[in-house]
Ligand binder design. Structure first.
Ligand code: ZN
Length: 133
């Protein structure tokens, strides 16, 4: 337990679970999350800057074709919708300290429940990710 840096805290209300690498304020602000969320909030930076400050490397960039990008967008939309429809998945996020709705929506967090339509399959001879549905 420690003083929460995100509200005017006089009684220690910040709980840190070192093993799970999660933190949560039980006081006035009720903030919480993982190490990235902490750095983002404490330093007022976005995810990638927090990643860099935590010693992470720049993300590798690889250009993808239009068809691959469209397929990825469809998969992200599909699994994000599954998360929004599945209370058990939302409970799991809360358990992991992911409580900010804007985080879930801005990063389009998904629930990969294996529900991708069986009718969508890799098109034979096509680049990876190009599907027939
Ligand atoms: Zn707090």
């Amino acid at each position: 337990m420690g003083l929460c840096p995100f509200h005017d805290d006089h009684e220690p209300s910040l709980v840190v679970d070192v093993k799970k690498q999660l933190w949560n304020c039980l006081g006035a602000c009720r903030e919480g999350g993982d190490v990235y969320r902490f750095v983002m909030k404490a330093d007022g930076v976005d995810f990638w800057e927090a990643h860099r400050r935590l010693g992470g490397h720049e993300a590798e960039t690889k250009s993808v074709g239009v068809a691959e990008q469209q397929w990825l967008e469809r998969a992200v939309d599909h699994y994000h919708a599954r998360l929004l429809e599945t209370l058990a998945a939302q409970d799991y996020l809360r358990l992991r300290g992911i409580t900010a709705a804007e985080f879930v929506t801005s990063f389009r967090v998904g629930y990969p429940d294996g529900s991708w339509p069986r009718s969508c399959r890799q098109k034979e001879g096509a680049p990876y990710g190009v599907l027939e549905c």
